[in-house]
Design a protein around this ligand. Sequence first.
Ligand code: NDP
Length: 329
Amino acid sequence: MFDALMVNKDEDTGKTHAEVTQIDLDRLPEGDVTVAVEYSTVNYKDGLCIGPGGGLVRKYPHIPGIDFAGTVEASDDDRYKPGDKVVLTGWRVGEAHWGGYAQKARVKADWLVPLPEGLDTRQAMAVGTAGFTAMLSVMALEDHGLVPGNGPVLVTGAAGGVGSVAVAILAALGHEVAGVTGRPDTADYLKSLGATQIVAREELNETVKRPLESETWAGCIDAVGGEMLARVLGQMKYGGSVAAVGLAGGAGLPATVIPFLLRGVNLLGIDSVMQPYDNRLRAWQRIGKDLPLSKLEDMVVPATLSDLPKLGADILNGQVRGRVVVDVN
Ligand code: NDP
């Protein structure tokens, strides 16, 4: 038996309810590798899967947790043996497949990566899907020509998970970083991560009035989408790129094509879920090298399985700062 955060759905009312429950090992889904989970975390998608489902969860009862790190307990795959430390992000684990909010998980070997050098399992989950995605975004901006010295790089949703890690990585790489936040009380936190400029959310979440504004940002990592992304496109420097990561502010894009046509701006889509294995390894290696661990520690909010129903609601309300690390044991 092991502990897990189990979500049940009342078919009559359609309401979901999450609570910590004891589960028999036999109930784990099929997979090649059984992992003794040590840490998981709370991403925006987890908020949906702990709570209303957001169309992500296929069937109930469900164990959420879109990422985890732990130790292999049993393996039918040659790539992993008992005792190996592993990390999982993506592949719809925690949505379509039982996830990391449990002391045990069973998954496909293809979905795992070895724990990156220089990180322990707790640090790997302080990074988690949010931080991994932040690094994919940095890599995409670099692949499109961003180098330190090009000008300020904007990070939207800066005090959230993706945003916090993005600010810390960009600053450590020598970029000038501006963070957009709707929470003015997080300014000192963002500066401690390396932001040199704080932009108030209200300055950027108004509908586009002019398709082009002053050329301000050399790059942008956008966790917000919606009107903010549309505004930012019109403020990019010539040839600059925006990595579109999230939709915390909306899934729409009420923009014009003018920034693409007149300024050669690039809009780069970032997906962490189906990333090919080689690129996953490359991103995790870069995290081990380019994310200062002291800054990572400053982002951590510790939690246990029983804290998750509240934290799930908090992240949907934009109230989680930095990275929650869930000790499932
Ligand atoms: P968080 O909730 O930790 O961060 C989101 C941040 O966005 C909040 O902290 C807040 O920052 C800001 N925000 C929230 N609501 C609004 C709003 N209405 N308008 C403007 N800003 C808002 O979530 P994550 O960092 O885990 O995820 C961020 C986004 O990225 C989510 O949409 C998520 O689904 C997506 N994502 C996508 C991935 C991919 O593979 N493409 C992978 C991981 C995440 P502040 O208070 O500083 O303003």
